[in-house]
Design a protein around this ligand. Sequence first.
Ligand SMILES: Cc1cc2nc3c(=O)[nH]c(=O)nc-3n(C[C@H](O)[C@H](O)[C@H](O)COP(=O)(O)O)c2cc1C
Length: 212
Amino acid sequence: MRRKYVSNIARERGTRFLSTVNSLYVSFIEYNGVFYRLLHPRPTILLITLCPGDRVNIMPASWNLPISEEPPTIGVAVYRETFTYQCLNYHPEATINVPSIKHVDLIYQLGSVSGRDVDKIREFKVQLIPSDIVKAPTWRDAIAAYEVRVMNRLDVGESTLFVFEVLKVKVKTGIADEWSIDFSKTNIPLHGAGRVFHRVDPRKVFAKKSLK
Ligand SMILES: Cc1cc2nc3c(=O)[nH]c(=O)nc-3n(C[C@H](O)[C@H](O)[C@H](O)COP(=O)(O)O)c2cc1C
């Protein structure tokens, strides 16, 4: 059965791929779960925005990624039906806050209700401190925080990918070196699915410099 599969592929792709045929000797099955689940778990951040009516809002986002170094940018995919989307249209600055894993319960709650219905800052007693550059405040309990401003945006399906320019990077003392957060000292929530989060294994795995 597998042989047939391989020979079909070889026929379809032509003989120039024959040398790679052996690598096709694997048994993939089609994944029927939600497509992005195989790209999780992902680091979760808390996005704090300024909103109409002089309000502050906060929402977790695990679809975030650094995009470029020069200028330093971070992308966050935001569903357009969120209050956060409305807030970013109202005021283009925000803070991207890195939470500790000890805050998973809070994070889950913050992602389960909308600031349109509930003042999450008050309801969940989120402690805020002023930021240095942007008007949007910083979460006092964050491990680290980025002060950012919207630089670009791209509508994709039901989401908008906001590209934020990083204006300032801050971290709590003693928990990070120039490479990363020290995961033997603190940990971050990697979002799996629903209420499931993972932690970073603090043991490092060093890749060999060469395969030879
Ligand atoms: C762990 C976690 C990660 C999430 N990641 C995202 C995300 O990347 N983008 C997004 O738009 N919504 C994400 N959500 C859902 C929003 O946080 C949720 O819709 C929230 O209620 C929106 O709040 P708002 O309406 O106050 O902006 C996530 C929720 C959780 C719990």
